[in-house]
Design a protein around this ligand. Structure first.
Ligand SMILES: *[C@@H]1O[C@H](CO)[C@@H](O)[C@H](O)[C@H]1NC(C)=O
Ligand SMILES: *[C@@H]1O[C@H](CO)[C@@H](O)[C@H](O)[C@H]1NC(C)=O
Ligand SMILES: *[C@@H]1O[C@H](CO)[C@@H](O)[C@H](O)[C@H]1NC(C)=O
Ligand SMILES: *[C@@H]1O[C@H](CO)[C@@H](O)[C@H](O)[C@H]1NC(C)=O
Length: 491
């Protein structure tokens, strides 16, 4: 007997949607969001013995298993397809033939006896006990040689932002070019940063803040200095809040609440005395992280005139950042709050002449591999904020003002928990770090592989939101996670 007409139609539909995906890179969310699916391998003698198409046998078996658990035939909705639809049986046979010649010990699998059964629910429901029950029911049938989940059991994150009272003030999480659209990314496996690791290098973290304490963020190296410049407690606390405020019913919610988070202190004790050693802090973090993880450098430095520049103008910091990026680590670096045109040569302390090391058109240009972040207004169209450095070296920007996040009360020295609006290229850079962690999480969930620093730096700009006057602002675009997801760039 031939496969049923409806089954053939279903196979044709699957093939034509595959072809569409090949020609049209922009895919709608519904086509990306994986469905619950299982794979069933028939006992090879089953179809031969009954002279029936394998897909029909699978259809009957699934109906039988579902009706055993109280479903009527009518309400059970699923599609049965061959497991492999992109290659013909002849193509697979040819591959197996080649493999057998190349690798004599190879034991060929029988792909023609494998089928996929697709259910309408999205894979977020895959923990569904009914599916587990279905697998165990099918496994005992004589005609079934093997049965399993299809696809990684990656669960879509389940962030519930609406019960976090400050969520409504966190415009940087939203879409339509206002924020990076973290909210959209949360619907995709890895979009909440799951499976990635992050280190913030700086000072002043209140790790026991009520909306951070559940993350168990640990200080890996150096010291947690709280009072530099008369009250730096809020700085690290605010940075961490943008990324990790807990999804509960207090405060706000971070961009990537599921990423693993640590901090490294710039201040350390060397030879018995406290010193600030940024290159050492960067190397400590680089040694801890794996390729594809993300580190954030919450630091800036002065030139010979005291104007602020990114730390990589200093050679030891440049060498440390270059080692980190060469190890595959994504480094996010604020452009600094000096209002400087970084395409102009910089006179570094101790140098006799200025050098154009951050001007991409200059022969003196040098690239650390870091993602350099500028600051723009919260409101659209987004203008460069006057304090933000700018120039061809700035890759991307994000909000440099009005960033609602966790903080501490310093005015009365109580250091009590509070929430406040953070700002600066220091405030813009964690938003970009969050975008990078979300992107890396999704790529990892989809591909089982991670982006390199160069790939990440490129992707952060794709489909992003330009500033009001890009040629004059020179702070790049603000990343847009929805554009990357819907554009198919993370598959
Ligand atoms: C495969 O199916 C045949 C016919 O239904 C049955 O006799 C045989 O025991 C099955 N083999 C296994 C390994 O279950
Ligand atoms: C934090 O630590 C507590 C106690 O060890 C543990 O129950 C909790 O799951 C941890 N949370 C995270 C996010 O690791
Ligand atoms: C950047 O470098 C190019 C090439 O040397 C030069 O023409 C340009 O004027 C520089 N930009 C600034 C702002 O100095
Ligand atoms: C800080 O917290 C302590 C303990 O909850 C409380 O007694 C004190 O009044 C708080 N101070 C301020 C200024 O809110």
């Amino acid at each position: 007997m031939m496969p049923t007409r409806s089954l053939m139609l279903r196979v044709l539909c699957a093939l034509s949607s595959f072809n569409r995906a090949l020609t049209a890179p922009a895919v709608a969310k519904d086509e990306i969001a994986p469905r619950v699916a299982i794979a069933v391998k028939l006992n090879s003698s089953a179809s031969l013995a009954r002279s029936v198409a394998g897909a029909d046998i699978v259809e009957d078996l699934v109906h039988k298993a579902l009706s055993n658990s109280g479903h009527s035939k009518r309400e059970a909705q699923f599609n049965v397809l061959p497991l492999i639809t992109t290659l013909t049986p002849d193509q697979i046979s040819e591959m197996i033939e080649r493999a057998t010649k190349l690798t004599p010990s190879y034991k060929p699998g029988d792909f023609s006896s494998w089928f996929q059964v697709q259910f309408p629910q999205s894979a977020a429901d895959e923990e569904n006990p009914e599916i587990t029950q279905l697998l165990s029911k099918l496994a005992v049938y004589q005609d079934v040689a093997s049965v399993q989940h299809l696809g990684g059991r990656t669960k879509a994150p389940a962030i519930q932002p609406n019960d976090d009272p400050l969520f409504a003030d966190q415009g940087y999480l939203t879409g339509d070019g206002v924020g990076i659209d973290a909210v959209y990314a949360w619907d995709f496996p890895g979009g909440d940063g799951a499976g990635t690791t992050f280190i913030d290098i700086e000072r002043g973290w209140k790790l026991t803040h009520e909306d951070l304490v559940d993350k168990n963020i640990t200080l890996l190296y150096g010291q947690n200095v709280q009072d530099r410049y008369g009250g730096n407690w809020p700085h690290g606390t605010a940075v961490l809040g943008e990324l990790f405020m807990t999804d509960n019913t207090i405060g706000g919610v971070g961009i990537v609440p599921a990423a693993e988070a640590h901090v490294v202190g710039i201040t350390r004790t060397v030879g018995g005395v406290p010193v600030e050693n940024e290159p050492e802090a960067i190397l400590d973090a680089a040694n801890y992280l794996a390729p594809g993880d993300v580190m954030l450098l919450e630091m800036q430095t002065g030139d010979a005139n005291g104007d602020l520049w990114p730390v990589e103008i200093l050679d030891a910091q440049f060498d440390a950042i270059s080692l980190a990026t060469a190890l595959g680590i994504i480094v996010i670096e604020p452009a600094a709050n000096g209002g400087m045109d970084m395409d102009q040569p910089v006179l570094r302390p101790g140098d006799a002449t200025a050098v154009a090391i951050l001007n991409r058109s200059s022969p003196e240009f040098r690239d650390s591999g870091a993602v350099v972040v500028g600051a723009g207004s919260a409101a659209l169209p987004r203008s460069r904020l006057p304090f933000s450095n700018f120039g061809s070296r700035v890759d991307v920007h994000s909000w440099g003002e009005g960033i609602t996040t966790s903080s501490v009360v310093t005015s009365d020295f109580s250091n009590n928990d509070t929430y406040d609006e953070f700002s600066g290229t220091s405030g813009a850079s964690p938003i970009v770090a969050g975008a990078a962690l979300s992107i890396q999480g999704m790529v990892q969930a989809n591909r089982g592989a991670r982006l390199t620093p160069a790939e990440m730096r490129n992707l952060l700009t794709v489909g992003g939101t330009p500033s009001a006057d890009p040629a004059a602002d020179k702070i790049g675009v603000q990343p847009d996670l929805r554009a990357l997801i819907d554009g198919g760039y993370l598959e």
